[in-house]
Design a protein around this ligand. Sequence first.
Ligand code: FES
Length: 146
Amino acid sequence: MYSEKVMDHFNNPRNVGEIENASGVGTVGNAKCGDIMRIYLDIDQSGIIKDCKFKTFGCGAAVATSSMATELVKGKTVQQALEVTNKAVMEALDGLPPVKVHCSLLAEEAIHAALWDYAEKNGIVIEGLKKPKKDIHEGEEDGEEY
Ligand code: FES
């Protein structure tokens, strides 16, 4: 059911942890399953993502997608990190079962939320970045589904 890459990232997740004084932190949740993901970004003066860590209180697919997502954004510019969509993460993992696609959305949203936090802290605008749901509880009120 899961690809070898998914199992590998689930069993040996990369970049688990926190970054102290991170340039940007994003926390998102899925109201339906209750899973939560937080991403920390360390971004240097020239806008390159030097480090990225995550914490996920969630299912195996959420762990694997956040692990892969952190690997994909490391070393990228802020603009390039925006291209790390859930589709890109899923492709890098050789796919996910259809019922688990929403888990990969959490990773994309967490990265975007962390980038938004970074942009806000630095008073910059990242082209193409939309304001994320600030509060992870907002989704519950919206009744939004993935
Ligand atoms: Fe909730 Fe996977 S089941 S993120």
